[in-house]
Design a binder for this molecule. Structure first.
Ligand code: GDP
Length: 200
């Protein structure tokens, strides 16, 4: 299967989504810090350091846009859940993320990256709820599946799927940025997101 995301190149960093280019179509990636968002983006694009893996929690949080076609983008949203970030800063990011999900016309879908050992934490659920409210496709990646046994991984996937079974726009899968498990499924899901125009 063709992986067109391999062509992704850094386009720009922005402190607010209103600085991103107008028009076009994009899929955004979000997750708790350390869940593996940068590693997932690197695995998806098959580039070693497209997204920088975060070594400095709490550093200035920017939205990073990567393009793989002139009007199609991958959006790396600021991670959440850094313990050391002041409450006021956290609230500001959350408000901005909420607004982005509600208002960004180019946005077709959201990929929420979670560590399979700590799925559906409070902020993950909040992001998912906002995305559902905004009629976006939401794809949940249970990353680091290599860290647990197969049966444990499948049990967690089942629980997560069960929780959102009444929401048609929510899907979930196992993933490992380390060994590439689930890459094809992710690509297929993203193609669907780019094809669909959400009714918003
Ligand atoms: P981010 O903060 O969400 O961008 O997370 P990073 O991509 O920086 O990853 C956080 C840590 O988890 C790093 O040490 C990665 O090497 C590790 N990591 C990310 N994905 C996986 C995975 O699928 N399996 C394993 N075993 N480690 C992973």
């Amino acid at each position: 299967m063709e992986n067109r995301y391999r062509k992704a190149q850094f386009l720009q960093s922005a402190s607010h989504f209103n600085q991103l280019p107008p028009g076009g179509a994009e899929v955004a990636f979000v997750g708790r810090s350390n869940a593996g968002k940068s590693s997932v983006l690197n695995a998806l694009t098959q580039q070693k350091d497209l997204a920088k893996t975060s070594k400095t929690p709490g550093r200035t949080q920017l939205i990073n846009a990567f393009s793989f076609l002139p009007q199609e983008w991958l959006i790396d949203l600021p991670g959440y859940g850094y313990a050391k970030v002041p409450v006021s800063v956290k609230q500001k990011w959350q408000a901005m993320l909420h607004q982005y999900l509600e208002e960004r016309d180019a946005l077709k879908g959201l990929v929420v990256i979670m560590d399979i050992r700590h799925p559906l934490m409070e902020l993950d659920e909040m992001m998912i709820a906002w995305a559902i409210q905004s009629n976006l496709q939401v794809h949940l990646l249970l990353n680091k599946a290599d860290k647990v046994s197969k049966s444990e991984a499948n049990q967690t996937l089942f629980k997560v799927q069960k929780k959102y079974e009444h929401f048609q726009q929510v899907s979930a899968q196992l993933f490992s940025a380390l060994n590439g498990l689930g890459l094809k499924t992710l690509i297929v899901q993203m193609e669907k997101m780019f094809e669909k125009t959400p009714v918003r």
